[in-house]
Design a protein around this ligand. Structure first.
Ligand SMILES: NC(=O)c1ccc[n+]([C@@H]2O[C@H](COP(=O)([O-])OP(=O)(O)OC[C@H]3O[C@@H](n4cnc5c(N)ncnc54)[C@H](O)[C@@H]3O)[C@@H](O)[C@H]2O)c1
Length: 344
């Protein structure tokens, strides 16, 4: 494909960051200091003072707004870390401006949103990468390589777990976030760990066990999902918004010739043994666990933009994972199994 927005200079790809919230602050810091092949040029956020506060210490400029950022010729590519509801429109606008696009997950609130993003980036011939950072985690990537090499035979049972460290403000959680924002990582991981297979049936059970007072407002914070694949494999994904011990992301692939386990709750390999027992510190946040993976995914983005090539994980992967999430929503509503929509 003919890519534009690839830039011509030998310097790192000039990146504009859209959305100076929690993950935006982390990604901006990485882009400014750690990501090879990238440089942070500008930051935009409509929240008063947010872009300035993030950009200035990192040596970037605070754009007057998204239009101003997209009009900047020094911005070759954008990293979208805005609130989820804004993702699809921002992807389309950035593509129309000829910028390479990295969008945090999910790439839209529904499948039509993601299809708009795919169409816009295809039409513009620009890179479209989505923030499925687990693919860039060393342990998950090593496990996937072993699955591909046939080291555990044919995958039969797969498992993925995400437990967030806490539910800070339930009023700010978007609808169906447990599927669309949280478990979407697990869905992408499970699809990726079962190469070539298609999910054919999804069944989800969810409840509000962390914040029961918000159940009637539609906030479900605890869920278990089963996924049946067309190669016969069966997967489960589970999530909670509040693990007392920290941030817990683990996976497992069980096959005809063995099993792979991925992830640990320990933040280091140090265990203190004393009179009260054995103690290990646990991982406390996504930024702590996945700092290296976030750096690697942004490096892949810069390389794809500079190289004018498709990134390792793109809009179609975003569609496939969101199709499972949307099937979960339908499953909870109907109480039965649901076939996920076909993906492009
Ligand atoms: N991959 C991961 O591990 C990971 C982790 C956390 C969050 N995320 C994703 O990143 C996104 C942001 O999450 P967060 O926790 O940082 O949220 P946040 O609420 O802390 O920040 C969102 C920011 O976006 C800004 N914003 C809203 N609309 C905008 C627009 N139209 N243009 C520019 N800025 C806009 C808000 O003012 C806010 O500063 C979410 O979609 C979330 O799913 C991904």
């Amino acid at each position: 494909m003919a890519h534009v927005g690839t830039g011509t200079s030998g310097r790192g790809v000039g990146v504009g960051l859209i959305g100076a919230g929690r993950i935006g602050a982390s990604h901006a810091g990485l882009l400014a200091t750690r990501v090879p092949g990238a440089r942070l040029v500008a930051v935009a956020d409509p929240r008063p003072g947010a872009a300035e506060a993030l950009a200035a210490p990192l040596g970037a400029r605070a754009a007057a707004g998204v239009d101003d950022l997209l009009a900047d010729p020094d911005v070759e590519a954008v990293v979208i870390t805005a609130s989820t509801e804004a993702h699809a429109d921002l992807v389309v606008a950035a593509a129309a401006a000829g910028k390479g696009v990295f969008c945090e997950k999910p790439a839209g609130m529904d499948l039509a949103d993601v299809e708009r993003g795919i169409a816009a980036t295809d039409a513009a011939g620009v890179v479209f990468q989505v923030g499925f950072n687990r693919r860039f985690d060393r342990s998950f990537a090593a496990a996937r390589a072993q699955v591909e090499a046939g080291a555990i035979g044919v995958p039969q049972l797969l498992r993925s777990v995400t437990r967030d460290p806490g539910l800070a403000d339930p009023t700010r959680v978007p609808p169906w976030a447990v599927f669309r924002l949280t478990l979407i990582h697990d869905f992408d991981t499970l699809l990726w760990m079962n190469p070539g297979a298609r999910p054919v049936s999804v069944y989800a059970v969810a409840d509000a066990l962390v914040a029961p007072g918000f159940r009637d407002a539609g906030l479900l914070d605890t869920a278990v999902v089963t996924i049946r694949f067309d190669n016969g494999a069966i997967a489960t994904a589970e999530a909670s918004f509040s693990a007392a011990y920290g941030y817990d992301v683990r996976g497992e692939v069980f096959g005809s010739a063995g099993m792979l386990t991925i992830g640990t709750t320990a933040s280091t390999s140090v265990v203190r043994h004393d009179a009260t027992g054995s103690h290990a510190a646990t991982v406390r946040s996504d930024v702590e666990l996945f700092g290296d993976a976030y750096t690697a995914e942004l490096a892949e983005f810069a390389a794809a933009v500079r190289g004018g090539r498709a990134p390792a994980v793109g809009g179609r992967d975003a569609h496939r994972a969101l199709a499972v999430a949307m099937a979960c929503i339908e499953s909870v509503r109907t109480g039965g199994p649901v076939a996920p929509a076909e993906s492009p």
